[in-house]
Design a protein around this ligand. Structure first.
Ligand code: GUN
Length: 288
């Protein structure tokens, strides 16, 4: 293997320590305990694990977390009621509704109902609009996590060609926005590829920075990567009970200059950025 492995676990641990210090200062100054309310509907095992990890991470940095568990038969009206209740609860600063939701519930109706000031996922149209305009309130957790990983790994982004594989609302689209904007670890020339892109490998081979977020196990193979590229793997696919990324790690590690592993790459960073957003939300509640 020639590529340097970017250790997301270590970077996330460092970021969490910094957040813990700021949380302590904030609590001392304001007497406010930052508080994240997580909502889990149904009993999807993967979602239950994610939510538990988020709760643990909160507790470790001095952020209170409460979990609202609802049955898989919950109606949209019942879930909207809970969201409204959390919106008006002054002790709650951040609201996270874990996705996916059961099929009887329209996720857009629920995510739009979360008050933008508590929308720590940055999914609300108002917050997405602020990101588009380059004046974010909250930064989208996974894309921001990738950006911090690029910064911490010393990757030069300005003027480089970043190719984002995937156009999801949660990762692909906001990832492209963060990288194309003016600012630190940004100013890239960005291309978004997706399932309809023609001659995909010809495009990905021109990437200085390749971000794989297509949700297809080991989709990115060695022949799709330019020698010396930095490859970030956002994929979390469960294959035979094992977590596998969107990148064929062993092959690509022979060609890339740096690569993130799965697990232990982007995943821990997403949670660290959620903590950051919850702290931001608590600060906003004091300022407003
Ligand atoms: N499900 C998968 N990723 C996410 C995320 O970033 N936020 C929420 N709320 N649910 C998810």
């Amino acid at each position: 293997m020639t590529a340097r492995v970017i250790d997301g676990k270590a970077v996330a641990a460092k970021v969490r320590e910094q957040i813990a210090d700021v949380v302590e200062q904030f609590r001392n100054q304001s007497n406010v305990e930052p508080h994240l309310a997580a909502v889990l509907v149904g009993d999807d095992p993967a979602s239950a694990i994610y939510v538990r990890n988020k709760e643990r991470a909160c507790e470790k940095v001095g952020i209170k977390s409460t979990l609202h568990r609802l049955s898989g038969e919950t109606t949209q009206a019942q879930l909207l009621d809970l969201v409204q209740q959390l919106n008006s609860d002054r002790s709650v600063h951040g609201i996270l509704v874990q996705l996916p939701l059961p099929q009887q519930i329209d996720p857009i109706a629920i995510l739009d109902a979360v008050t933008p000031l508590k929308d720590v996922d940055a999914f609300h149209p108002e917050n997405v609009g602020l990101i588009v305009q380059g004046r974010p309130r909250f930064l989208p957790c996974t894309p921001r996590g990738v950006q911090v990983l690029l910064a911490e790994s010393g990757t030069d982004v300005s003027g480089k060609h970043a190719v984002v594989l995937g156009r999801s609302e949660i990762v692909g689209k906001p990832m492209a926005l963060l990288l194309m904007q003016k600012g630190e670890t940004a100013n890239a020339t960005v291309t978004i590829c997706h399932s309809r892109t023609q001659n995909l490998a010809d495009v990905t081979r021109t990437a200085d920075i390749l971000i794989a977020a297509i949700g297809s196990p080991e989709f990115v193979t060695g022949d799709m990567v330019k020698p010396g590229a930095v490859v970030i793997d956002v994929g979390t696919n469960r294959v035979n009970d094992k977590l596998v990324g969107d990148v064929a790690f062993d092959q690509v590690a022979e060609i890339a200059a740096a690569i993130t592993p799965v697990p232990g790459g982007v995943g821990p960073m997403t949670i660290a950025m959620l903590l950051q957003n919850t702290l931001t939300a608590a600060k906003l509640s004091v300022d407003s």
